[in-house]
Design a protein around this ligand. Structure first.
Ligand code: KIV
Length: 279
């Protein structure tokens, strides 16, 4: 049985902290499930960490659906949440169409949207028709061209706006709220004021849960560690060392050996080679 949004909300009430991680394909979804992480986000961060764009802005709904399908196939326990990409929820009708595709074609159980009170009517309508919505405030990557990539809400007026937005999103029916790159004290204050769980990234330990990007957490970059990340592995190094050993074994003839292949009957081989006899 998959985790549900009600399970997630219960976790907040019980004071259980909620781990969440992004995943973008079948294999990683299987690993997340086996690790017992209850929430998978197929984030539009895939535009950057999987597709190599410099922001999430170019990501399309079709690309998201392609990856979400694989994640849903790879997981059985986790609640899978799919990001609605840039410009796919600019009106209620558009949001219904886009979110509907994520649930019906990709099979995710919930969607995530970025933005404050302005998206609350969209959240409300999605929830009314039965689509669970996770909200996302603070640094919202789809607006990077407008707000830059930096901590949001340091000044009193901005912090107040984020609190008001959080309350509007909860009132609209969002089942949880991602807080990205907001000051630790602000995230704590919001978490105390909301009944729904907050999931932080670069927002401190006062949130009800934490989300991290797969590639950041597992050290899949060779050159870059975002400040909000702790590397729990250095897979780029591990993979690179494995690839170098593989290439070296191929070059030296140490791989493959007989155990990596299968043999045929000698007579069948001789028969097969008859028409191609060289002398
Ligand atoms: O796209 C994403 O991965 C996200 C998380 C960073 C919250 O939105």
């Amino acid at each position: 049985m998959r985790t549900t949004i009600l399970d997630i909300q219960k976790m907040k009430r019980r004071g259980e902290r909620i781990p969440m991680i992004t995943a973008y394909d079948y294999t990683s979804a299987q690993i997340v499930d086996q690790a017992g992480i209850p929430l998978i986000l197929v984030g539009d961060s895939l535009g950057m960490v999987v597709l190599g764009h410099s922001s999430t802005v170019p990501v399309t709904l079709d690309e998201m659906i392609h990856h979400m399908r694989a994640v849903v196939r790879g997981s059985q326990q986790a609640l899978v949440i799919g990001d609605l990409p840039f410009l796919t929820y600019t009106s209620i009708d558009k949001a219904l169409h886009s979110a509907g595709r994520l649930l019906q074609e990709a099979g995710v159980q919930a969607v995530k949207v970025e933005g404050g009170a302005a998206v609350a009517p969209i959240v409300r309508r999605l929830v009314e028709v039965g689509i669970p919505v996770m909200a996302h405030l603070g640094f919202t990557p789809q607006s990077v061209n407008q707000i830059g990539m930096r901590v949001q809400g340091r000044r009193a007026a901005d912090a107040r706006q984020i609190i008001e937005d959080a309350m509007a999103l909860e009132a609209a029916g969002a089942f949880a709220l991602v807080l990205e790159l907001v000051p630790i004290q602000l995230a704590e204050a919001i978490t105390k004021r909301l009944r729904i769980p907050t999931i932080g990234i670069g927002a401190g330990a006062g949130c009800d849960g934490q989300v991290q990007v797969w590639h950041d957490l597992l050290g899949l970059y060779t050159d870059f560690v975002p400040r909000h990340t702790r590397r729990y592995a250095n897979l780029a190094e591990t993979i690179s060392a494995a690839l170098q050993s593989y290439a070296s074994d191929v070059r030296s003839g140490a791989f493959p050996t007989e155990e990596h292949g299968s043999k045929m009957d000698g007579e069948a081989l001789a028969e097969a080679l008859k028409p191609f006899a060289t002398e």
